[in-house]
Design a protein around this ligand. Structure first.
Ligand code: AHG
Ligand code: MN
Ligand code: MN
Length: 332
């Protein structure tokens, strides 16, 4: 079976940015993922569950594993020297590497080191999400502007899902490939080549407890999902884990839509553009799916802040288009 590194090396010729450096960066991400995976597998045994006692910039309580995962990925990318700056959910400001070595790095990364961290204690799948851009500044420390690029300029994006098995799924803009970690040898092996959304889907994933706060278009789409119409596989079925990575991964394999809409209280929803929505949208499009904020393509939104939030509708193309149709029809 092909390993992640063999696969990356084979694909180098496919895209202009493929260089030994880029391969090294993906490899570094893979190494950090294995370290995080090791700790997650032990969670519950050692004193690694629970709160760290601090909050991130969003006012969310940081878990010990949030902090561990953040440190791990930041360290892995420091040693490689390919990355000059990182925007992370767990760092208020842009994180820049000071060494002359890293300041020559051509890439910047946006990441959610641990996604779904409220699920850590209950053995439910969690993940890591990453997004890679070429820097636009010439030299020195990376800048916030390097990170405020539209998602359509990503040169690679991916996630790691720490689930019943651990997988790394990524794209460099030439389709989506998934690798399963064989824990006995510590290698990611190509298990899911060329992942694509199935034509039809019948899963919808949304935190319906917020129903009363939803936009009328979202309410009508939920109603549509629940109607009886066997020809279109309706009524659909609901699956909601509460880890974006896990919900997206399942919907990618089975066919479905994930929605985290804006609400009356939070018109921009909850998910962050740079390190949640953009990378997931990039993967969705590469897998033949679609991602929008209900009106326009996620990847065309111009970011203005590192921790900016946007509503997310992502999944099988036809399902996202139907939800967009409802958003237009019932515009408020
Ligand atoms: P994070 O753990 O990185 O803060 O992300 C949690 C996100 C996302 O993974 C998930 O889909 C969503 O929050 C769940 O939110 P609700 O609990 O509001 O449904
Ligand atoms: Mn997250
Ligand atoms: Mn997180």
């Amino acid at each position: 079976m092909k390993t992640l590194i063999e696969f990356i090396n084979d694909k180098q010729a496919d895209f202009p940015y493929a260089s030994g450096e880029f391969t090294r960066l993906l490899n570094d991400i893979g190494i950090a993922a294995k370290l995080v995976n090791r700790e997650i597998n032990k969670a519950g045994l050692a004193d690694i569950n629970g709160y760290f006692g601090t909050q991130n910039v969003q006012g969310e309580d940081q878990k010990k594993l949030d902090v561990f995962a953040n440190d791990c990925f930041l360290a892995a990318m420091r040693h490689g020297g390919m990355v000059c700056a990182v925007a992370s959910e767990e760092n208020d400001e842009l994180y820049t590497y000071d060494s002359a070595f890293s300041q020559k790095g051509k890439y910047v990364v946006a990441m959610d080191p641990l996604d779904g961290s409220s699920n850590i204690e209950v053995n439910v799948p969690i993940g890591t999400i990453f997004s890679i851009y070429r820097r636009i500044s010439d030299s020195g420390s990376g800048t916030v502007n390097d990170l405020l690029q539209q998602g359509n300029r990503q040169i690679a994006a991916g996630y790691v899902i720490y689930g019943s098995s651990t997988m790394l799924v990524y794209s460099t803009g030439h389709g989506v490939n998934g690798f399963t970690l064989d824990p006995s040898v510590g290698l990611f092996l190509l298990s899911h080549p060329d992942m694509t959304f199935p034509e039809g889907g019948n899963i919808y994933s949304i935190n319906e407890a917020n129903y009363i706060y939803f936009h009328e278009g979202v309410k009508q789409y939920i109603k549509y999902c629940q109607q009886d119409d066997p020809a279109t596989l309706r009524p659909y079925t609901t699956r909601y884990i509460g880890s974006l990575v896990a919900d997206f991964h399942r919907n990618l394999i089975r066919g479905g839509i994930y929605i985290y809409p804006g609400t009356k209280k939070n018109p921009n929803g909850k998910l962050r553009l740079l390190y949640e929505c953009n990378p997931i949208a990039f993967l969705a499009e590469q897998a033949g799916g679609k991602a929008s904020n209900g009106y326009i393509r996620i990847l065309d939104i111009q970011p203005t802040e590192l921790h900016q939030r946007v509503p997310l509708f992502v999944g099988s193309k036809a399902m996202v288009e139907k939800a967009e149709e409802m958003m237009k029809l019932y515009s408020e």
